[in-house]
Design a protein around this ligand. Sequence first.
Ligand SMILES: *Cc1c(COP(=O)(O)O)cnc(C)c1O
Length: 360
Amino acid sequence: MSRVYNFSAGPAVLPEEVLLEAQAELLDYQGCGMSVMEMSHRTKVFDSIIEGAEADLRELMNIPDDYEVLFIAGGATLQFAQVPMNLMKNRVADYIVTGQWAKKAYQEAAIYGKANKIASSEDKTFSYIPDCSDLPVSPDADYVYICENNTIYGTKYKTLPNTKGKLLVADVSSCFLSEPVDVTKYGLLFGGVQKNIGPAGMCIVIIRKDLITDDVLEGTPTIMKYKTQADAHSLYNTPNCFCIYMCGKVFKWLKKMGGLEEMKKRNEKKAALLYDYLDSSKLFKGTVRKEDRSLMNVPFIIGDAEKEAKFVKEADAAGLKSLKGHRSVGGMRASIYNAMPYEGVVKLVEFMKKFEEENL
Ligand SMILES: *Cc1c(COP(=O)(O)O)cnc(C)c1O
């Protein structure tokens, strides 16, 4: 077996320990004689898997009792529609557009009502987070929407926007569980799990219970109502059982590692190593305004397409995988999620230094 350092933005690296555990349980989950993949979701065994996962997530994030945790299929993209269908009571919502994912959510919301773009950083290729201290929040807005960590561009909100009393909705896909958060600041937060938690195809939605009602937009399909999902404890239809099981294992791993305070420390240490090098390099350059830099996704460029292609190719051959930047930005991007060990970033920086010496 040979494992690489996988810098993919998602689906992304998972803790090796978790993969080994899943491997050991693949044919016979805890004496059941079958895999979790083969198991009915209406069994006591699966009940304990999903309940355990929720309990561990609640503990990790300190989720208050007046918030519901939902495991919903369809990924983060489904939420771009599910959020307006359920929350756009006045058919008005304000969107802060800081990248492709926020833009997609904004465009989707415009199908259901009046979506206002109240701020954007598109003027500088989404390389910064706009000042959100005094935005023109619409008086009748049902919510203010953000993408908290911009996976493609490598920016992250360090302060949440002033929503002037309106509900805050956040897509946290690529910063989920990377550091502690105050859940009470949000009406709803959601994240596709394949960035920092588990396999693809599922989203975790954390929503304040009073927002879960039958008062949804006309024509909303039954399965798209948060109320349907909440009433059925995420088992309205057959869920992605194996994904929930894997997420549960990652939650346990995070608890064992010391929880989110500890993850934040580790993530800061990893990111600092890479950013410090980028700041000192004569060949590579970070693309994001310093104060808005993400701990999770680090885009960088050389500014010479040929050298960049060479870098990605040689890095790949050296076991440093998926460093090519998103097609809309070019250059390179290293995603250094929770499961990326410090050693992986050390190896990357060593490789970059060597490449710089040879190619400057
Ligand atoms: C990856 C990503 C998405 C899309 O997730 P899917 O699971 O593919 O729907 C949405 N938002 C952000 C911030 C992402 O990083």
